[in-house]
Design a protein around this ligand. Structure first.
Ligand code: DQA
Length: 149
């Protein structure tokens, strides 16, 4: 049976395709969602793809993932660099969590070089654009299957 993986996207990622296209490219979040659905079919995963501009909603979804999912891929957007609450929520999970960024945060402004999420994450993918989402699903598939919901 397909295990469930949450793919959570944080603030401003709803603007992909219009926002800073020199950095993030022309791809929209809907394109990424479609790409994830295709990868999920191939990997026999059930994916739940979401986006919010609100920190508390991300926290609630992480709690929900702890109850109903076997893994999480999260692009926390700018909350990566500010949110101890996200750090704590991920730390409370026993399922694998992959932190994902479209851009290479280490090649950008220095305020993006620190992530509160990374010390809590199982692994990190950054700088590979939309392809990172497919890579994250490929990486989490065996871990989520072993975790098992
Ligand atoms: C981002 C990188 C963050 O620094 C930024 O605030 C974002 C997007 C990325 O996907 O590259 O909103 O998470």
């Amino acid at each position: 049976m397909a295990v469930t993986v949450f793919i959570l996207n944080g603030p401003n990622l709803n603007l992909l395709g219009q926002r800073e296209t020199a950095i993030y490219g022309d791809v929209t979040l809907a394109d990424i969602e479609a790409q994830c659905a295709e990868a999920a079919k191939r990997l026999d995963l059930s994916v739940d793809f979401r986006q919010t501009n609100h920190e508390g909603e991300l926290i609630d979804w992480l709690h929900e993932a702890g109850r109903v999912a076997s893994g999480v891929v999260i692009n926390p957007g700018a909350y990566t660099h500010t949110s101890i609450a996200l750090h704590d929520a991920i730390r409370a999970l026993s399922v694998p969590v992959i932190e994902l960024h479209l851009s290479n945060i280490f090649a950008r402004e220095s305020f993006r070089h620190h992530s509160y999420v990374s010390p809590s994450a199982t692994g990190i993918i950054c700088g590979l654009g939309a392809q990172g989402y497919t890579l994250a699903l490929e990486a989490i598939q065996p871990m989520a299957s072993a975790a098992g919901t």
